[in-house]
Design a protein around this ligand. Structure first.
Ligand SMILES: Cc1cc2nc3c(=O)[nH]c(=O)nc-3n(C[C@H](O)[C@H](O)[C@H](O)COP(=O)(O)OP(=O)(O)OC[C@H]3O[C@@H](n4cnc5c(N)ncnc54)[C@H](O)[C@@H]3O)c2cc1C
Length: 427
């Protein structure tokens, strides 16, 4: 059974960028289909940090209470323990706005929140278990996407195609767009450690590489940040165990029990597209700019791209018009500067964070520890980002009333189930 749809906007990828854009467009009255290759949002290899700027956006959308009702933990500062000495890396206590905490929420819960909110709009559809494989062209213009779901071929045509399919974007390849690769000096080892009641570990520990420990309730998800390319050689596991024991002696017994298969290597990539759009197609989030985990700001940037894209493009789509390349360029113009600045800062902080060998704390960390004003400045940079975005709920509502007045709706979604569906559930 194959599926053919026609809609206003089709988004490849139901990550933070794709779901937030889907939600905002649907709120504005635009028909939108989000296609996600996985059946659910469960995955380990994702960040869990929801920053104040993202929470401010949820607040604007009336979703902050729902966010607070889901499993999460808050902190008003990020501290780093350097061989036992604690310093504040980022202090959020003086941020402007209502939210002055960074929250840790498993990404699947956060994505569920966005999907549930979007699902309340009849013009939103999430198709799961469907992988987008190619773009559909009409002359030079991209007019849709095609892929495979559990029950066969899927073809969706739209006035706007958005690639929000992450750092290994299939759409980027299908459209023939190559990113600029920026050198990065880190890789991440990812593993789980058992947790017994009462166990607590500092969130960030440093001294010989970094150890980031995320409390997931019944286990710890650990990211061990190491120098790029150093996970090599037959003795790599024993070297890792020695390093971790130096950074955090309390976890060394649990780490000793790990075998090679328990440790997953994630190569960190720092990339960005020179041009985030072609005629008919826009990239946002990691598909436009893969971020390093340094500072844990990738979700934030992805969400802010989505907010900017919705604010600039929803009014056009809702009038029944097709966004021109110059409209898509406005999204890139708005978001590329904060991306470049953030990537520049990520590159600069990788060295001090990774510094190995020396027993002395690197100078930037010592300065942060000594001057509170610096940790408040990093709190602002990490917590709000370089260019925070606002939804401008009023402008999106105005879009809704234009849609009602002009009746500019495409036909595809009217025949579809309102609920998120896997392709097998669809007619
Ligand atoms: C180890 C690591 C740790 C990180 N930690 C943090 C952190 O703590 N905080 C933080 O803010 N950021 C963190 N990040 C970065 C963050 O995860 C990303 O920047 C963010 O998830 C980007 O969101 P996105 O929506 O653009 O892409 P993604 O989250 O990658 O979402 C893309 C979605 O598209 C789907 N998809 C892919 N291809 C297709 C296809 N062909 N068809 C259909 N669907 C497809 C994927 O399944 C996925 O759901 C980390 C990154 C790494 C690598």
């Amino acid at each position: 059974m194959s599926i053919h749809l026609e809609t206003d906007c089709v988004i490849a990828g139901g990550g933070p960028a794709g779901l937030m854009l889907g939600l905002l467009l649907a709120r504005a009255g635009v028909d939108v289909v989000v296609v996600e290759k996985h059946a659910d949002f469960l995955r380990d290899f994702r960040g869990d940090t929801i920053h104040p700027s993202t929470q401010n956006i949820l607040d604007e959308l009336g979703l902050l209470d729902d966010f607070h009702a889901r499993p999460h933990a808050d902190t008003d500062r990020v501290t780093l323990s350097w061989r036992g000495t604690e310093i504040t890396l980022a202090d959020f206590t003086r941020l402007p706005g209502r939210t002055r905490v960074l929250s840790f929420m498993p990404q699947w819960d956060f994505l569920d929140l966005l999907a549930d909110a979007a699902d309340r709009h009849p013009n939103f559809l999430l198709i799961r278990s469907t992988k987008i494989e190619r773009v559909i062209r009409s002359g030079d213009r991209i007019v849709g996407v095609a892929g495979t779901g559990t029950d066969g071929d899927v073809e969706i045509r739209a006035r706007l195609v958005v690639g929000a399919d992450g750092r290994d974007s299939t759409l980027r390849e299908a459209a023939g767009v190559d990113p600029i690769v920026i050198a990065t000096s880190m890789d991440v080892l990812w593993f789980r450690l058992p947790k017994t009641p009462g166990d607590r570990h500092p969130f960030v520990q440093a001294g010989d590489g970094l150890l980031i420990t995320i409390d997931r309730g019944d286990f710890f998800q650990v990211a061990h940040v190491i120098g790029a390319g150093t996970w090599a050689g037959d003795d790599r596991l024993s070297r890792m165990k020695e390093r971790v024991a130096r950074i955090s002696p309390p976890v060394s017994d649990a780490v000793d029990a790990l075998v090679l298969e328990d440790v997953h290597l994630l190569r960190v990539r720092l990339e960005r597209l020179r041009r985030w759009y072609t005629d008919g197609l826009l990239f946002i989030g990691d598909a436009a700019h893969a971020m390093s985990p340094a500072g844990g700001v990738g979700i934030n940037l992805a969400i802010q791209d989505a907010v900017a894209a919705a604010r600039l493009l929803a009014p056009i789509l809702v009038r029944g018009e097709t966004p021109r390349p110059s409209d898509l360029r406005r999204v890139q113009r708005r978001r590329s500067w904060p991306t470049r600045v953030t990537q520049f800062v990520q590159r600069r902080i990788q060295g001090p964070l990774l510094s190995t060998g020396s027993r002395r704390m690197p100078v930037p960390l010592r300065l942060l520890g000594r001057f509170g004003v610096l940790s408040r400045a990093t709190g602002r940079l990490v917590g709000l980002g370089v260019r925070p975005e606002r939804v401008g709920v009023e402008s999106l509502r105005r879009g809704q009333s234009v849609a009602r007045r002009t009746g500019t709706r495409s036909t595809g979604l009217g025949q579809m189930s309102r609920r998120s569906a896997s392709s097998s559930e669809m007619p």
